[in-house]
Structure formats: C-alpha cells, structure tokens
Design a protein around this ligand. Sequence first.
Ligand code: ZN
Ligand code: FE
Length: 256
Amino acid sequence: MNLIALPAFTDNYIWMLHDGAHAAVVDPGDAAPVEAALDRLQLQLTAILVTHHHHDHVGGVDALRERLTGPVYGPAREPVPPPFEPLHGGDCIEVLGLRFDVIDVPGHTAGHIAYAQRDAPSAPLLFCGDTLFSAGCGRLFEGTPAQMLASLSRLAALPGDTRVCCTHEYTLSNLRFAAAVEPDNAVLSAHTRHCQALRAIAQPTLPSSMALELQINPFLRSREPAVVAAARAQGAASADPVAVLAALREWKNRFR
Ligand code: ZN
Ligand code: FE
C-alpha cells in the first residue's frame, strides 16, 4: 500500500492511499490535485474519507464524485456535502482492504472524527484531520479544552509506530512554539533541525509518528512538569491537564 501527501492550497495535504490500481483520499479540499494524481498514476478512486466539515477538507468532494466508484465517509454530526455514509466513534470501515476504526475527536469542530488503522503488516495509520498536528493541535473552534484533551488522549493511546497523517504543514511554526514551552527538550531541537532540512528541499515533514509526538508535542505533554510550569507561567489556573491545555492553546493563539 502506498501513502502519498498531495499538497493543496498553501499548506494543506490531501492524503492518498493506493495499491497501484485503486485509491482512497482523505479530506479533499480541492479536487484538482487528486484528479492529477489519479491520472498520473492511472488509479480508480474508490473511497473518500472526511474528518470534519471545514471547506479546506470537503471543498473538492462534489467535483470528485464523477470519478468515485465507492462511498464518501464522513462524521455523522457534521454538514458534509451529501450524500455520504455517516460515521460515529466506534464504527469500523474497510478501505482498500484495510480496516479503519472511527474515533470521536471533538474539539476543533464538534463532530470531528479520526480514522485509525492498525491491522496491516506495515506501520499503522492515523488520519487525524485538524485535531492533531505535528508538535501542535487544532484551534478550538467548536469545542472545549476538556474535549480536546480527551480527544488527544484517545489518539495518544494508539501504537507508537502509528504514522500520524495530519492535514496541514504547520510543523515548523508549531516547533517554534513547542521550543518556547520546553526550551530544554533535546528531542524537540533535534527534530526541528530535521524538519528545517526537509522544508529547505520542499519535502513534507509528515507523516510523523505517535512515539515522536509524545516526545515533542506540548499538547500531548500536559502532565510533564516542564510543560505544566510553562503553562502556569502563562496563566494556567492549576496543574490540572485541562487547565494546562487551555493555557497552552491560548498562548499558541497569540504566539508569533
Ligand atoms: Zn479545520
Ligand atoms: Fe484545515
């Protein structure tokens, strides 16, 4: 199975899985990069997976329907362009012969879902939309810090070798923020150098891995003493992980 990140807009990725004949895409905000890849690789589009309703994730769905021979899957509680197969946390779908579990991850949007696959001989996959970014997390447009903490904890429980397929190339700016939170985190500084080298040659910094995110992502580290201390210095009311995550998110929103 092949995994490709198709760049879209200024910093989105549309993830494509294909087996050489059939393809599935995740969050096609724009149809053009998907159509170009289908043509170039001579693939038939058999599934579209949607994580949440934002336009940069669903904008290309309708235009792709004429090439699509299978379902559009999406979160039951969000306005995905109809018709689509509504999914809830705990559901399971089969895509290109792989089994994906649906995980509820409210916070960025109210009905946001993620797709986790862990039955392949290769490393497991996670399509997490705008919930988890490398070294960061999505903005809380429709949810609370408590919801986002619970959602991130569900993702953090996935196997360490899970390939984390985020939908935005925000890694370098997230790493700048993470370094402000944890200036003494050596894994963070080493990974920053690695990502700077990748971006210098216009390569994606993704997929990341869950094991790495647990070491570098402040939003997955709200119980780490250094992260708690930094959040307290930025106004976190207590060391409670929800208060820490809330303070981190507020801090990140104003961080330049
Ligand atoms: Zn979004
Ligand atoms: Fe987005």
